[in-house]
Design a protein. Structure first.
Length: 108
């Protein structure tokens, strides 16, 4: 992962994970892409409430971190698809653990 301007160096593995998953939308984008490759508009429809700008920013950050790959198909009209990399798919157990913990502790 490339260092980000204006941010301190990561001190432990948990911080490294949180640096990739920071924010509400990144986790939801990853969860959606775990279902399979999607086009931008599909992602936008599946992520109720996300703005076009926010989705674009999240996808760019995830691509920069090596979590998502963006594939552009040379056709008219242009087609762009987003998919998880192997590194991105390796986050599945983390997201599943977060989901399970949330279900167990939602009423607390």
């Amino acid at each position: 992962m490339k260092p980000r301007r204006g941010r301190k160096d990561v001190g432990c593995p948990v911080e490294s994970t949180l640096a990739v998953l920071n924010g509400r939308w990144k986790v939801l984008v990853l969860h959606t892409l775990l279902q399979g490759t999607q086009r931008f508009n599909e992602l936008e429809r599946n992520l109720h409430g996300i703005t076009h700008r926010t989705l674009t920013r999240m996808l760019r950050e995830l691509e920069r971190d090596g979590i998502v790959v963006r594939t552009v198909f040379a056709q008219v009209p242009p087609r762009v698809e987003y998919a998880l990399t192997d590194r991105g798919r390796s986050l599945a157990p983390v997201l599943e653990a977060m989901h399970a913990w949330g279900e167990r502790n939602a009423s607390a």
